[in-house]
Write a protein that binds this ligand. Sequence first.
Ligand code: X8Z
Ligand code: ZN
Length: 617
Amino acid sequence: MMLPSKLTLVSAAIALSLVSTACSNNKENSDQGQIENHSEKPTIAEAKAFINSAEAELAAISIEQNRAEWIYSNFITDDTAALSAKVAEKQIATSVQFATQAAQYAELPLDEVNKRKLNILRSSLVLPAPLDPAKNAELAKISSELNGLYGKGKYCFEDGRCLTQPELSAIMGESADPALLLEVWQGWREIAKPMRPLFEREVELANEGAKDLGYATLSELWRSQYDMQPDEFSAELDRLWGQVQPLYESLHCYVRGELNQKYGDNVVAEQGPIPAHLLGNMWAQQWGNVYNTVAPDNADPGYDVTELLAQHGYDEIKMVQQAEQFFSSLGFEPLPETFWQRSLFVQPQDRDVVCHASAWDLDNLDDIRIKMCIQKTAEDFTVIHHELGHNYYQRAYKSQPFIFKNSANDGFHEAIGDTIALSITPSYLKQIGLLDEVPDASKDIGLLLKQALDKVAFMPFGLMIDQWRWKVFSGEIQPQDYNKAWWELRQKYQGVMAPTERNETDFDPGAKYHVPGNVPYTRYFLAHILQFQFHKALCDIAGNEGPVHRCSIYGNEQAGAKLNTMLEMGQSQPWPQALAVVTGKEQMDASAVLDYFAPLQTWLDEQNQNANRQCGW
Ligand code: X8Z
Ligand code: ZN
């Protein structure tokens, strides 16, 4: 594990690892505390000694924590939960202690590297515990329990069949029977009800921890990790969302209209929010699975990657090898043998595991792995690229000092594999022998629509989760309103609504992995903007001259080298500088998204106008 941010990589595991700490009852830690307790003004030499020893100790604990957590997530039992909570407790306590001590050196005129390290030590916690060891232990235990409740979650049908998350998600993606969709949607959310009191207490404890570190609330701490003031960061998000909102509204309008045609007024009204169970995904976060329902007759590209994979005999391993091969074509070294030996690719039938896909770096060097219950679908083919993006990033920054072994900001980590997956174009599929014929340009609208259903539809979802959490952390949303406020934000940003009556015995946020997993979510919103900026810039480097949505950087080592230069920097520089390495610009900017989808936006507006649809909700 590492500092909070690093953990990010591993989507799931991260959450815990990042956790920082309160005092543990560990002797080493308490001694350290005494050594660092100054009454006089500290010196630069002392500050450097502190940073070095904190870095070494955190690096060592991170390996211990990664191992405990890997085992827990691959084998969920009461014992592995207890062991992982124990290490998390130590890790949190240690990080909190260092974060507290780091404040003492804040005013010293340190060199840039040490100043940055100190700052990361202070602000990188995702789940800070209070200094009280009992509360620290309680927080670590709750965090581990919440993870376990999600990982073990199942819904049992009346006929006795009990299905896990990936199995239920498959139904949400494939079925067009509104009654079945509703049952699965509602059934899965039962797993979250028992999380509510645990989550409430987790927030209380972590808020106390954040205050101990000098932050107003945990919201402020979470928003302090972007090389700018927390309120400036919130304003940046509003700006970026403002750029893509009109495109989202056109897409929403079109999809609602088509779903209305398919299901009729009683299931989807012509106006108002879309019921959340009909969008092909358990959380209505990516809508690519309803492509066939809403696709244009005359611009459908006529192939489906899920079917192509099946026709060509791709199993789970071959899917991962093909993704690896893309990175190799850019000049990245192959994955180590241990990746293949130690990763989890297929859901085991004999035990509970955390199936939510994640990428790990066990030893902060070469022991990189993924853990994923791969389904043989186009969607998971993309997710595999996403996860490998984390692993290649981790390996690229392995020579950085431990505190900088992380992405430029957490959105960067989430954007790399997705950037590569944007290059899975028809011509790439033809090059690797999956597709015989590249559809002509008249089919671009179909391809763009499919892409928008996943990428553009995701954006308001990517944003709203932490809009909810930050308000929960700051106290603006109180426990008695958790669910109500959740649905208000779902409606405000996404224009979706619960398909059935909900109340405060429900805890719908808990049915989304990252809430019980305590993984910040704004990173995915940022990644959805950044990946289009990266894709555009890398296509320019690769000399692409056609439309950017048809560009694939497959096989282009120049683009790969540029990407690698940014990845190798890790978190050693403020993120605008890392962004500039690839894009030449220091600002996150959604105009790359708008350029990519420009032909689709025109087409959507025409369709909506011709059908005389009233957009908005
Ligand atoms: O959690 C993930 C990755 C692991 S970091 C599979 N994603 C978010 C989600 O599934 O909710 C990728 C896209 C958004
Ligand atoms: Zn990820």
